[in-house]
Design a protein around this ligand. Structure first.
Ligand SMILES: Nc1ncnc2c1ncn2[C@@H]1O[C@H](COP(=O)(O)OP(=O)(O)O)[C@@H](O)[C@H]1O
Ligand SMILES: N[C@@H](CCOP(=O)(O)O)C(=O)O
Length: 307
């Protein structure tokens, strides 16, 4: 019989940038910008409060993404609570390619587990991570949101078949950071995924494999290789029609030698910094288009944290 802990539990969960150029659906990096979720088991009903990003836009009922993720985790943990109060203070912008939906899913699953006495024994990290990836549908954002840092992820099954998702944390050079350029309007990830073809030329896949492998080495300790390593052949160009200004910024920055990519499914643009000093970061931030927001973010070595 499941028993719930008394009093509120708080979880923070980081933003993430997936793909990082060539690592479509397989590479992701946690960034130090966090949503804070607080929940408490109550006697009856559901109360959801949202502040910050998504306030006034997301639903406040059972269809809320954090609530749905908590429900899925409670199901695996063996029992739904009689009532629930949830408070979200969101800093991760929605539909911008910074992993807000993964933050909501990972935060919800980790929160539900922390609300159950002995939850980590009933749902271990492996099972909890798999649940988050199943809910999101692809593993590359939930993996760093869950584990922190730089994570390589994939699925045991052949493409198009259902299998277990896996994730392996890889090292990231402490000099590596990022400037993100966030546009004023978003593009839903499912729309950006709908622009991709079913098949790509074999030569593009081979070129992408070389860059992806190089990116793992570049992030681990050869940041001078980041520009070469972040060249993508699998998704960015296909998405240009939905985010022409983002691709124009990527082109301009890359033309000037900056390792710039579309963050996740876009439309945010991420430019890697490699410890060249704050002058370099200031110069990058100065490239921010009108009405966009530029932020310098450190890599978050921690994933979701129960606080
Ligand atoms: N913290 C949240 N709480 C509730 N719903 C959320 C939250 N974050 C994201 N969502 C839902 O997910 C959508 C954005 O997801 P998605 O299109 O995958 O973009 P992103 O790149 O930000 O993950 C939002 O429009 C909203 O419906
Ligand atoms: N690999 C996915 C990543 C989506 O990331 P998000 O932050 O935009 O949700 C894709 O490229 O579709």
């Amino acid at each position: 019989m499941t028993s719930f802990v008394t009093g509120p539990v708080r979880v923070t969960v980081p933003a993430t940038s997936a793909n990082l150029g060539p690592g479509y659906d397989s590479l992701g990096l946690a960034l130090e910008l966090r949503d804070t979720l607080e929940a408490e088991v109550t006697g009856t009903g559901l109360v959801v409060e949202v502040e910050g990003e998504g306030a006034g836009a997301v639903s406040l009922d059972e269809s809320h993404l954090v609530v749905r993720s908590m429900r899925a985790a409670f199901e695996l943990l063996g029992q739904q609570p009689p009532g629930l109060r949830l408070r979200c203070r969101n800093l991760v912008p929605h539909a911008r390619g910074l992993g807000s939906s993964s933050a909501a899913i990972v935060g919800g699953v980790v929160l539900a587990r922390a609300l159950v006495a002995g939850g980590e024994l009933l749902l271990d990290d492996e099972a909890a991570f798999r649940l988050t990836a199943d809910l999101e549908g692809h593993p590359d954002n939930v993996a760093p949101a869950f584990h922190g840092g730089f994570v390589i992820s994939g699925n045991e099954a052949a493409p198009g078949e259902r299998g277990d998702f896996w994730a392996v944390k890889a090292s990231v050079d402490p000099r590596v950071g990022a400037v993100v350029f966030i546009p004023p309007t978003g593009v839903e990830t499912k729309v950006a995924r709908g622009l991709l073809p079913d098949r790509v030329p074999h030569a593009d896949a081979a070129a992408g494999a070389a860059r992806t492998a190089l990116l793992v080495a570049a992030l681990a300790g050869q940041p001078e290789q980041l520009h070469r390593a972040t060249r993508d052949y699998l998704h960015q160009e296909y998405r240009r029609p939905a985010m022409p200004d983002s691709l124009a910024l990527v082109d301009a920055l890359r033309g000037d030698g900056v390792a710039a990519v579309v963050s996740g499914a876009g439309p945010t643009v991420l430019a890697f910094t490699d410890g060249d000093g704050s002058a370099h970061t200031h110069q990058l931030v100065a490239r921010c288009p009108d009405r966009w927001v530029a932020r310098h973010l450190a890599v978050s070595l921690d994933g979701a944290r129960v606080e």
